[in-house]
Design a protein around this ligand. Structure first.
Ligand code: SF4
Length: 170
């Protein structure tokens, strides 16, 4: 990556887009952009090209449809480093809490008889389907953690795992 811009993709699965919003609201990102190129960012352009090769893929959201299974596999093929971002991507998120119930039962409770084109699955963390290289925990992750991880990658190093207390007072 030396002397070349680091290519970044930011992808969303089933999520609230809050992690991407946190990323977008960091003024410091502007200072990093002379070292990086955003190749794909679902929040900015939902139809952005997910087929592009990237150096770092940030993935927000849980894997909750068959289409998302295929998407994370494609991202893994195209990315050198995959980072799972936030509680949904790292642990499945709130949407994974109903695992003791049948998916059809949960679906009917929320959507009734609505018909959809996609094939829903129980929400799962990204690493259930692909190898994840680094995780940023939180809902959403703290800005300082984003900056630490991204900044470390941009200088060609590897960030240490971040310890997360159960609560901010701990
Ligand atoms: Fe939204 Fe939290 Fe999931 Fe991020 S981890 S997408 S902020 S619900």
């Amino acid at each position: 990556m030396e002397n070349e811009k680091v290519r970044i993709g930011f992808y969303a699965l089933t999520s609230c887009y809050g992690c991407q919003l946190q990323f977008a609201m960091m003024d410091e990102i502007l200072h990093l952009l002379d070292k990086a190129e955003i190749e794909c960012w679902f929040m900015v352009e939902r139809d952005s090209d997910e087929d592009r090769e990237v150096d770092i893929a940030f993935i927000e959201g849980s894997v909750s449809t068959q289409e998302e299974v295929e998407l994370v596999k494609k991202i893994r093929e195209k990315a050198k480093i995959v980072v799972a971002v936030g509680a949904c991507a790292t642990q499945g998120g709130v949407q994974s809490w109903g695992k003791d119930k049948e998916l059809s039962e949960l679906w009917k409770t929320v959507y009734g008889d609505a018909h959809v084109k996609f094939e829903p699955k129980m929400a799962e963390p990204v690493e259930k389907y692909i190898k994840v290289d680094y995780k940023l925990y939180g809902c959403p992750p703290e800005k300082k953690d984003f900056l630490y991880a991204l900044g470390t990658f941009l200088v060609g190093s590897w960030p240490e795992d971040i310890d997360y207390p159960v609560c901010v007072e701990c």
